[in-house]
Ligand binder design. Structure first.
Ligand SMILES: NC(=O)c1ccc[n+]([C@@H]2O[C@H](COP(=O)([O-])OP(=O)(O)OC[C@H]3O[C@@H](n4cnc5c(N)ncnc54)[C@H](OP(=O)(O)O)[C@@H]3O)[C@@H](O)[C@H]2O)c1
Length: 241
């Protein structure tokens, strides 16, 4: 898809990958709707983008709340008149082994990483159908294809998202709605700090990932890949492909 003048709704836009994607896509000519819970950060980002001549809308949303997600999509369409791209990026991890992972933490990330993107897809699909098509990018994780001790809860939510995403691709192909599963690897954001769960295990994981041989991407390079995915519309997008 040619991105110029397209309306892109980005969840998790208040920080990390989502914030970098909002800046990068706006610079490429997209009109951006920015969703997350931190209203102030979204307002600041929307103001920054507008001051650079871009069109930006802040839509504060808790992605675990279906009514708020529906409202997020309605507000975007009301403001811009359409919605061309949904980037389901908001997400969080929870650390803990199978023996001790907190069920409450797990439930929270199931709500955010699985139901959140599903609520958003269900809300945008009718809009995209009536416009004749669109693109949905579901931000998964490479860990959904690995077996890392202490990360099963998080990895399983992203593995479930992969299935939702890959199945939606077939279901929506005849509506000209392209569904892309996007696989970031380790990225330098506050993601680790924002993770729920076992603190000691999170520190151990950080120590492991701080080793020089571990590749860590910048959020800006991930944002570039997201833009590339929207432009080229592959079924799956990896950082090294
Ligand atoms: N960083 C990595 O190493 C890495 C690797 C692979 C995949 N990923 C995936 O990439 C995506 C972005 O991660 P990141 O690294 O940018 O993490 P991050 O820096 O922690 O940012 C997470 C974003 O999600 C938002 N968010 C969290 N809970 C939310 C909720 N209930 N409702 C709405 N928004 C919510 C946060 O905003 P608020 O707090 O303002 O709501 C924030 O904007 C996630 O899906 C993550 O799983 C990250």
């Amino acid at each position: 898809m040619e991105i110029k003048d397209k309306v892109v709704l980005i969840t998790g836009a208040s920080g990390g990958i989502g914030l970098a994607a909002a800046r990068h896509l706006a610079a490429a000519g997209a009109k951006v709707a920015l969703a997350a819970r931190s209203t102030e950060k979204l307002t600041q980002l929307a103001n920054e983008l507008r001051s650079q001549g871009h069109e930006a809308l802040s839509v504060p949303t808790d992605m675990r709340n279906q009514a708020e997600v529906i409202q997020m999509v309605e507000a975007t369409v009301q403001h811009f008149g359409q919605i061309d791209v949904l980037i389901n990026n908001a997400g969080q991890a929870a650390s803990g082994t199978i023996t001790d992972v907190s069920i409450d933490d797990y439930r929270q990330i199931v709500e955010l990483n699985m139901f959140g993107p599903l609520y958003a897809m269900q809300a945008v699909i009718p809009k995209m159908r009536s416009q004749g098509g669109g693109i949905i990018v579901n931000v998964s994780s490479m860990v959904s294809r690995m077996h890392i001790p202490g990360l099963a809860a998080y990895a399983s939510t992203k593995a479930a998202l992969n299935m939702l995403s890959d199945t939606a691709r077939g279901e929506l192909a005849s509506d000209n709605i392209r569904v892309i599963t996007f696989y970031p690897r380790m990225t330098a954001t506050d993601f680790g700090r924002n993770s729920l769960g076992n603190r000691q295990m999170r520190q151990q994981q950080r120590a492991t990932t701080n080793r020089p041989e571990v590749v860590v991407d910048s959020p800006e390079s991930v944002a570039e890949k997201i833009l590339e995915a929207v432009q080229k519309e592959p079924a799956e997008q990896f950082m090294d492909s």
